[in-house]
Write a protein of this length. Structure first.
Length: 405
């Protein structure tokens, strides 16, 4: 089976996951409040997905490395389909929370196995390009989801968006089941890999930290920026949606570029540049004197955050290879490929950042203001960039990209 077809299936899986995530955004607040949910309970419904992702990512990654990618991908997509149908019968707040929690767990399986598969299918010199395309697909899903969800909910009712997504999920589950996804051939040496050595590898540590720092910023912006824009400019939900849509579009368009640049120039310089430019850019969301400047800042922020996130994904796979190679050196064992575990840890860090960002940001805004929160985040990014500069080892030498589909 060509690698391109399997890569397409991975992209379809993450696209479906992010479309479903986005579809719920315009539907659930209206449906949940109609069912008697308070504002706090609506917040719990949305937070439940991050909690499921946080709890299930590492177990899903471990399952990939022990049992192979195919069963985890299939179970993840089947779980996503089942939780989509569960939304149809969610007539109470707690059932909605459980549905979102299970959706997060299913997404953990899809993402951990999907990113690991990309690392298996392509050599290091192509991973940046391919990971960039996966992240662009993710961005496209976040743009399509809210528009599709809001439109279908308004004109076809609550059930239709979920039935449509469940049908697409069932079809993709079947395609994944019938596809000969590559195995990972577990070896006795895999179980002997010291977790302390793996987790404290400095490249993996800093790669995970960059991932958490990126999601932490989005965790601050999503709940707090709309309130600030309303108070300063009287901007309503439609305008806020357009601004976040502009950020997502910019993020989507530039992901493949940063992936290719990291294949040519190396991962480290692109990541550091992304961290520093994001640190300079993000405070202007609170300082901008006009909505036009806010919009320009959002577009620029989509670009700079992409420079951080995309090169980090192939860097984690290559860092894992290096850590496992040093463990296997001098021993008669096959070199293990712990890609599932690596991306499970990265997904856990991402969801932790998404959970902590609103809490820390809300605390700072409550006691100071949004500018203080964003400046504090900029300090965190500069500190992360400094640590990355001093501690991170480049995993890929600059060079030409080989031709391979």
């Amino acid at each position: 089976m060509p690698a391109g077809y399997l890569f397409l299936l991975v992209n379809l899986a993450v696209f479906l996951d992010t479309v479903l995530y986005g579809i719920i955004v315009p539907i659930m607040p209206y449906y949940a409040t109609g069912a008697g949910a308070s504002t706090t309970e609506v917040g719990l419904i949305f937070a439940a997905l991050s909690a499921g992702l946080l709890l299930a990512s590492v177990p899903a990654g471990l399952a990939c490395d022990r049992y192979g990618y195919r069963p985890v991908m299939v179970l993840g997509m089947a779980g996503l389909t089942a939780t989509t149908l569960l939304f149809l019968i969610s007539h109470s707040v707690w059932l909605m929370i459980i549905s979102r929690l299970l959706q997060g767990a299913a997404a953990a399986a899809t993402w951990s196995a999907g990113l690991a598969l990309v690392a298996v299918l392509y050599p290091p010199q192509l991973r940046g390009q391919k990971m960039g395309l996966v992240m662009a697909t993710t961005g496209a899903g976040t743009i399509v989801g809210p528009v599709l969800g809001g439109t279908l909910y308004q004109f076809a009712g609550y059930a239709f968006p979920f039935l449509l997504m469940a049908g697409a999920g069932a079809l993709l589950t079947l395609l994944l089941w019938l596809s000969p996804l590559p195995g990972n051939n577990p070896s006795p040496g895999r179980e002997n890999m010291p977790w302390k050595q793996f987790l404290l590898d400095r490249n993996i540590f800093w790669g995970v930290l960059v991932t958490a720092a990126g999601s932490f910023g989005f965790g601050i912006l999503e709940p707090l920026l709309p309130i600030d824009l309303y108070h300063r400019f009287g901007l309503g939900s439609a305008g806020v949606g357009m601004l976040f849509g502009a950020l997502s579009l910019s993020y989507t368009l530039f992901q493949p570029l940063f992936g290719v640049l990291s294949d040519r120039l190396g991962r480290k310089p692109i990541i550091i540049a992304g961290l520093l430019t994001t640190a300079v850019t993000i405070p202007w969301l609170a300082l901008a004197p006009s909505l036009k400047m806010v919009a320009a800042t959002m577009v620029l922020l989509g670009l700079t955050t992409g420079a951080c996130s995309t090169p980090t994904l192939p860097l984690l796979a290559e860092s894992m290879d290096r850590a496992c190679s040093s463990q296997a050196a001098g021993k008669r064992i096959a070199r293990p490929h712990l890609y599932g575990t690596t991306y499970g840890i990265a997904n856990t860090a991402y969801s932790a950042g998404m959970l902590l960002g609103p809490l820390v940001g809300s605390f700072l805004v409550q006691h100071r203001d949004l500018l203080t929160a964003l400046l504090s985040y900029s300090v965190l990014l500069v500190a992360t960039a400094t640590g990355t500069l001093l501690q991170l080892q480049e995993t890929l030498k600059a060079g030409k990209i080989p031709s391979r589909s």
